[in-house]
Design a protein around this ligand. Sequence first.
Ligand SMILES: Cc1cc2nc3c(=O)[nH]c(=O)nc-3n(C[C@H](O)[C@H](O)[C@H](O)COP(=O)(O)O)c2cc1C
Length: 173
Amino acid sequence: KPESILIVYLSRTNNTKVVAEIIQRNVGGKLVALEKKNPYPENYQKIVAQVDRENEKGYLPPLKTNIKDLEKYDIVFIGFPTWDMQMPPPVKTFLKENDLRGKTVIPFNTNAGYGVGQGFDQLRELCSDSKILKGFSVEGGYEKKGVFLAIKGEREAVVEDQVIAWLEEIRLK
Ligand SMILES: Cc1cc2nc3c(=O)[nH]c(=O)nc-3n(C[C@H](O)[C@H](O)[C@H](O)COP(=O)(O)O)c2cc1C
């Protein structure tokens, strides 16, 4: 039986969602968007302040998303934007609440140009009993400057080529 693939992602302005969809186009699998029980504020300054507070306290916001058939997946992609130069709190919740031991876990990320920060290191710590493959990180939007979805049109085609090269490197394609 072919290995079954799950692609879980968090996305606010859809850049990470587009990368998740590119991955799915190329390797298949089930796409799941992570949703928080109480959505974050729409306002950028407000979400930045809330995320800072949550990170300081180590608060894990409850999720609405619940994946019941997690055991059937062998490979789990985890996608998230860089927030506060780290992993967004809801992704921490997901990795704390869901046991990915024995699975192959593959991170991917979009950011405003400052990179993944601590995100992939945090994933490695939270998935210490998983096999972690090399992650993929790419520049996405820059909400602070009014750039929302940046991975579209010609830029999406460029990112798709980068994703395909990465998937070939980690031998998923
Ligand atoms: C609350 C918040 C904090 C952010 N912090 C950072 C950051 O520390 N470094 C960075 O490069 N980008 C940061 N960004 C920008 C996002 O990582 C970037 O726009 C990303 O592509 C958004 O992905 P999405 O469209 O899937 O939501 C932040 C965005 C938000 C909303």
